[in-house]
Design a protein around this ligand. Structure first.
Ligand code: ZN
Length: 222
């Protein structure tokens, strides 16, 4: 009986001690949380301010380095060129895009009637089949495709973001692709008779489209 009582009381003491320990640790945690919240909401010390300032400076520097390396990567070549082209004025003097042809050999047919419902929105530059056709300006290739009246064609975005149209090509320069940056004089393809020129003497149909639509390329040729 006595043994049983003493065992029960020792068990009770154990419970009380355990409860007190739990209460103590809980109170400590609450106090820690309060101190933490106080530190968070109190004005930062000069050391903390300096740390924060250094951290944001380092982040800014890292972002700057990342942006710079992206800007200098091949991925940025076309956007960079487009940006530069947008800042250039439209071309006022251009070479002939077909090798070996002089401006005076080219007929002034811009605006001439074509069929009953359209006019010639460019000029035709005749040459032997397979004669190289070159980009007259630096630019970005906007399209390389075979379709419609133009047949095998290339569109180049040039100075002032004007669109240069090279049509009726026999073929394209190897590897030529949309989004590619080209330099003035770079090979685009060769003279042919694709599209609605099929069966006519091979020639390049060449057009320049500005803000106000097609403009006559002939007066620009040197
Ligand atoms: Zn034409």
């Amino acid at each position: 009986m006595l043994d049983c009582f003493s065992m029960q009381s020792s068990m009770a003491r154990l419970y009380i001690a355990a409860s007190r320990a739990w209460l103590d640790s809980t109170l400590r945690k609450v106090e820690q949380a309060r101190l933490y919240l106080e530190a968070m909401t109190s004005p930062p010390s000069p050391a903390r301010r300096l740390r924060r300032w250094l951290l944001s400076g380092a982040l800014l520097l890292a972002a700057g380095i990342a942006a710079l390396s992206l800007w200098n990567s091949p991925w940025a070549a076309a956007p960079k060129m487009l940006w530069a082209l947008g800042r250039m004025p439209p071309a006022t003097e251009l070479p002939v895009p077909v090798d070996g042809v002089r401006p005076r050999q080219i007929a002034d047919t811009f605006g001439a009637p074509r069929g009953s419902d359209r006019t010639h929105a460019g000029i035709d530059i005749f040459g032997k089949r397979g004669t190289p056709v070159r980009s007259v300006t630096a630019g970005v290739i906007a399209d390389v495709s075979e379709r419609g009246l133009g047949g095998r064609q290339v569109w180049v975005i040039g100075p002032g973001r004007e669109r240069y149209y090279y049509a009726h090509l026999e073929d394209w320069a190897e590897g030529l692709a949309r989004g590619q940056v080209v330099q003035a004089g770079q090979l685009l393809g060769h003279v042919g008779d694709s599209g609605n020129a099929k069966g006519t003497p091979p020639h390049l149909h060449w057009g320049i489209y500005g803000k106000d639509g097609a403009r006559d390329p002939l007066p620009l040729l040197r």
